[in-house]
Design a protein around this ligand. Sequence first.
Ligand code: CA
Length: 541
Amino acid sequence: MSSPKSRSAQLLVCAGFAALFALAANLLSGMATDTRNRQQLNELGEQMLRRSELGVDYAFIALGKIAESSAIGAAAPCSETFRSSLRQRVFRHSTIKDIRLLDRNGAILCSAFPETVTGISMRVDLSQAIAARNSGVKLMKLAIPDGEAMAVVWSASGEHKLMAIVNTSALLFDVLPTGLRDEGAATINLNGVSSSVARYAPAGWDPAASDLETFAAHSSRFPLNAIIRVKEPALAAWNHSSNRTLLMLAALLGLAFGGLAARTLFREHHPVAAIDKALSGHEFVPYFQPIFSLRDGKMTGCEVLARWIRADGTIVQPHQFIPLAEQTGRIVPLTWQLVDEALLQMRPYLRRNKNFCLAFNIGASHLLQPGFTEDLRRHVSGAKVGSRNVVIELTEREELPDLGKARELISGLQERGYKVALDEAGTGHSGLSYVQKLGADVIKIDKLFVDSVMTERSARVLVELLVNLARELGMTTVAEGIETREQADLLRELGVDRGQGFLVSPPVNGAQFQAMLDLNTLPAERGTKQEAAKAADVRAV
Ligand code: CA
């Protein structure tokens, strides 16, 4: 039993979870992409460094071979044979642009291809060279007119040095991934030297911009660093195309989870817990059904019936909660709540009409509970209402385990001014002797007999028996469930004193009942149109 309100709340929970899961998936996938991107750029830096180290290694090997194979004679250091060996080495290694022989002061003595790299001064400032871990090898930056170059210098002998010019620009060719090529720069630097020996940067690149992320790799063998710088926004956007399949899956998972959560959150409480909650929320309210005289049609009192008005306004009928309340003992607090509320609502009328009776249904086990009479006194006097305004309708649904004790209790109630009615008489466990022994004030003839009193002889006989018994014992009779004028007429003829039923009014709420009392009359009869036409007569009888 779930209301439209709670259904829409459940849908809201499902949608919320779907959105939450999609959001979380997006966030997590974004974080994963970020981590992957950084890892990729760090690896790229390492690759650049390895390439540079390899370039230096090749140059070092080439220089070593030259030193091994050709005696660099002090007298004729730049013989044709020697220069030829230089050319062979350059030719073999694509990463080497040129090899030159220097004297101890850095003056260039000869080159493999003097025309290859032009514009370099004829003297190399060897003080700028930075030693590698193997101190025989030094690296230095060469300023050349069209960019940067790196030289690997090797001390060949005391007198001479060999210098290889390494093709560093080739090291950085296409190094950055396509998505970052316009938003990042890559450089190879020598330790302690601010300007690079190799550099890739897009047009208009500002190396001093504040929003750059740096990824660096440092060589342990050579004084070399590889550095990649990428603009932060470009890095944040890189590879971040949203994964629709992932988002859909996450949303579906969220829906499933939301469904489970909604079911848990909105699960109908255990019925007993629901009754307890309704008790504490005062959701049980009294409804009133008139009891009228079959002789003059005047209202003599009413029966108080429980209705459960849930917080959302739905009305729960008694058969949906009374049996459980009886089984679990909740009927006791429920009854007192009903007594208090009904007496409170009716107090002004009852104080003016001392003979008007409010009848409350009390189960046998409740009546027999220790302290019932005292509890009743407390509730009735608490409401500042007289005991003669109160009728206890003792239902026959539950068999009285101790008839003697019940008799004692009933007479105790009567001594205090209450009236006691035997509810649903004739349907219960002990038949007429039960009615006889209990000494109640009122017999309520069950609807079962009223329904069939027109057609079933046995029903008519039973009603007659009950009426006769009541007369003998000085009791009043009330017929329940009167729906037609004919039933009312016959019951009156059979000697029944009072009636109750849809012919006059169904149970109504306090405000409607007050309106009936204020008009000091009963509403038009219900039932068929023909019956309605005779409404005035009923009130007249
Ligand atoms: Ca009743």
